[in-house]
Design a protein around this ligand. Structure first.
Ligand code: SAH
Ligand code: ZN
Ligand code: ZN
Ligand code: ZN
Ligand code: ZN
Length: 495
């Protein structure tokens, strides 16, 4: 029998004709109640336990697969839960895991960086093919590659512009913020009183915080980046970057890196720190929630007695249609109405041609501005446990305060007296439907056949162009947040 494919939210389509909701088949993550045997390791740290679900029924045989990679091409780890491996196979696996680690240790990377910045400008080279800063001894090996020279200190401070964003859609699609969108956060964090930012999967935010701190002596804000993209280790010392997997809370450089993170969180008895994270959307909410709870616990250990009731402030950047999933794990979180997270669009072909990155703000990019839908709003929002009335959204962009909801809302969002809340999620004015007893998107009308609101041209009785699982039109199956929760199993992966 073919082994089930594990992969976070990824994969080939389910069998055609399988109806949405109950009937869909997929793979789900299982978090066994303690004490559980330790999960076997893949090159990305401890694997997760999965179960295949068919027509709503769990199969009995569970298996371990990679936590981070949604594509078997990236990590093909597979082991049945009850499978016993021979000593030889275990040894081969260990050797494979070792072989997959980055060739240089974190300390070696930091030493290379210090050597690199000592070089005269004309000797500072970067290999685009290998995505690597070169020291003179390395030149020979890369002489046939495309190498850019004269890497300035300014360029070194902006590694996210020097490195190609990882393109692999399934495992590690990097969606970098446009500088302008990132600047909103960079300005907001100090006004909220934060002096330290734990950046989990936000390399560009990390970079802009540090740039601001070095340009503006008044801003003494510090940042620590945790990210799975180890190319960043070339640009940061050990105290500002840890190679990290956020789906299993794994520090690739072991205890020393874990301690860097702990020290950062616990400095000043944990005062003044915020965690900001922008995980890949295809990833599962539950493993992320488990990880974030571990980071919260680490921060809590450093708290003084009196402040043990406090929560670690968090900004979790994620699409609005995950709201109910996130609140399931973090009930105190609310979703802010800030909608201008634009991502840079990098044309790699052009970048190859000109030898530099050409970044285009989605907002300015003709394709997106006048694209199919004509709407340029991003679905990405901030979820946070900071009281929303403290987070002032820019009035120049049309945001205003709703005294009833005690939060800032976008221009067209309106307070619905029936729902007693400003109900729009996507920046348009939503309308209240008295049959559904809730506000719905303006393009929807109530369908008496389906018994709920839908697009006027929907086909009654089934989801059509929208998400395969829930029928919503604003996302695809791979990122569907509406997953059935069974007794043992909480998160769905589609296989
Ligand atoms: N908007 C952010 C980038 C978000 S893209 C910014 O501009 O700073 C998602 C980020 O998460 C990428 O940097 C990617 O390398 C990282 N990432 C993806 N999978 C990860 C994992 N399993 N563990 C840690 N980081 C991961
Ligand atoms: Zn793996
Ligand atoms: Zn090279
Ligand atoms: Zn309403
Ligand atoms: Zn309705």
């Amino acid at each position: 029998m073919a082994a089930p494919r594990a992969g976070l939210g990824a994969g080939a389509g389910a069998a055609a004709g399988v109806p949405g909701r109950q009937g869909s088949s997929g793979v789900e993550v299982v978090f066994p109640s303690e004490p559980a045997p330790p999960a076997p390791l893949c090159p990305h740290g401890p694997t997760l336990l999965f179960v295949k679900v068919n027509q709503g029924k769990e199969e009995t045989r569970r298996f371990y697969a990679c936590s981070a990679c949604r594509d078997r091409k990236d990590c093909n780890f597979f082991q049945w839960e009850d499978e016993k491996l021979s000593g030889a196979r275990l040894a081969a696996r260990e050797a494979h895991n070792r072989k997959c680690q980055p060739p240089l240790s974190r300390t070696q990377c930091a030493e290379r960086y210090l050597k690199f910045i000592e070089l005269p400008l004309s000797q500072r080279k970067f290999c685009q093919r290998c995505q690597q800063l070169l020291l003179p001894d390395d030149w020979e090996k890369h002489h046939e590659h495309r190498v850019v020279g004269d890497i300035s200190i300014t360029q070194l401070r902006r590694p996210s512009q020097l490195l190609y964003p990882l393109e692999n859609k399934k495992t590690n699609a990097q969606y970098l913020f446009a500088d302008r969108s990132c600047q909103f956060l960079v300005d907001l964090l100090p006004t909220l009183g934060f002096t330290r930012v734990l950046c989990v999967g936000t390399p560009r935010l990390h970079e802009l915080i540090r740039l601001k701190a070095s340009d503006d002596k008044k801003s003494n804000i510090k940042s620590l980046l945790l990210d799975i993209d180890f190319r960043y280790s070339q640009f940061y010392m050990e105290d500002s970057f840890c190679h990290y997997n956020m789906f299993n809370h794994h520090f690739f450089d072991g205890k020393a890196a874990l301690e860097v993170c702990r020290t950062f969180l616990q400095e000043d008895k944990g005062e003044g720190v915020i965690m900001v994270t922008d995980p890949p959307f295809g990833g599962l909410v539950e493993p992320l929630a488990v990880t974030f709870k571990k980071l919260i616990a680490m921060w809590k250990e450093g708290q003084s007695e009196g402040s043990s009731h406090k929560e670690l402030p968090i900004f979790w950047i994620f699409p609005y249609f995950f709201e109910s999933r996130i609140r399931q794990f973090f009930p105190s979180f609310c979703m802010l109405d800030y909608q201008r997270f634009h991502r840079t669009f990098i044309c790699v072909d052009e970048a190859m041609k000109y030898g530099c990155m050409l970044e285009v703000d989605y907002d300015n990019h003709a394709l997106y501005k006048h694209g199919k839908t004509g709407r340029k709003q991003s679905p990405v929002r901030i979820f946070t446990n900071i009281p929303p009335n403290k987070i002032i959204l820019p009035s120049e962009e049309g945001y205003r305060f709703c005294p009833l909801c005690q939060r800032y809302i976008s221009l067209e969002n309106q307070h619905c007296e029936h729902c007693n809340s400003c109900t729009s999620k996507d920046g348009r004015k939503w309308n209240h439907c008295f049959f559904c007893k809730k506000c719905v998107k303006p393009s929807w009308i109530h369908c008496s056949i389906c018994g709920h609101c839908a697009l006027p041209d929907h086909s009654c009785g089934g989801p059509k162009d929208g998400c395969f699982i829930c029928g919503e039109l604003d996302h695809k199956r791979s990122t569907c947040p509406k997953i059935t929760t069974s007794k043992k199993v909480n998160s769905v992966l589609r296989a």
